[in-house]
Design a protein around this ligand. Structure first.
Ligand SMILES: C[S@@+](CC[C@H](N)C(=O)[O-])C[C@H]1O[C@@H](n2cnc3c(N)ncnc32)[C@H](O)[C@@H]1O
Length: 159
């Protein structure tokens, strides 16, 4: 399976880079993973909500330009659906069974995801009602994708 992660913003923290690299290495056994990192649009403090929406839309268009037409898109969104790790694993497995060999996960920047991106998403996935920083979200997502492969292969992993 091909998995792309389209995300906004660079990873600045060393400990996150190390964690992300570790899960990229572990996942290389299970899938072809590509992380597409986009520069975030600068958003000064004093902008109106309309101006912020315009920036978010611009960011959204850049995100969508990186999504392949045939890809099944899972947008990470706080108000999306919550799944247990087992449910997430079976969602991934079912996509494979349905012949969806290309999945794109999308992680927004500090402004979140535009309506256009959310409308393109085939699934909106929430990791809880809490807001996580987008850099940390990338590491959490990679760990859960890795966990999903371990579960689907009946391989042991931390409970
Ligand atoms: C700092 S958050 C953006 C917060 C923004 N105010 C919003 O409401 O989306 C950056 C990105 O991380 C992801 N994210 C953060 N917390 C999340 C959660 N609990 N579940 C799913 N995705 C989350 C989303 O893709 C979000 O666009």
């Amino acid at each position: 399976m091909n998995i792309n992660i389209v995300c906004v913003g660079k990873i600045k923290e060393k400990y996150l880079k190390l964690g992300i690299d570790e899960f990229k290495k572990r996942l290389s056994k299970y899938c072809k993973l590509e992380i597409i990192e986009l520069d975030d649009e600068k958003a000064p403090e004093n902008l109106s909500s309309k101006e912020l929406d315009m920036i978010k839309d611009k960011e959204g268009k850049k995100i969508l330009s990186k999504v392949k037409g045939n890809s099944y898109v899972i947008a990470l969104a706080i108000d999306g659906k919550n799944l247990s790790s087992e449910e997430f694993a079976s969602t991934m497995s079912n996509l494979g069974v349905r012949g969806k060999s290309h999945i794109t996960f999308i992680i927004g920047g500090s402004l979140g995801l535009s309506d256009e991106v959310l409308a393109r998403a085939d699934y909106k996935l929430s990791f809880s009602k809490m807001t996580f920083p987008h850099q940390l979200m990338r590491l959490i997502l990679l760990e859960q994708v890795y966990r999903a492969y371990r579960i689907n292969n009946g391989e042991p992993y931390h409970k």
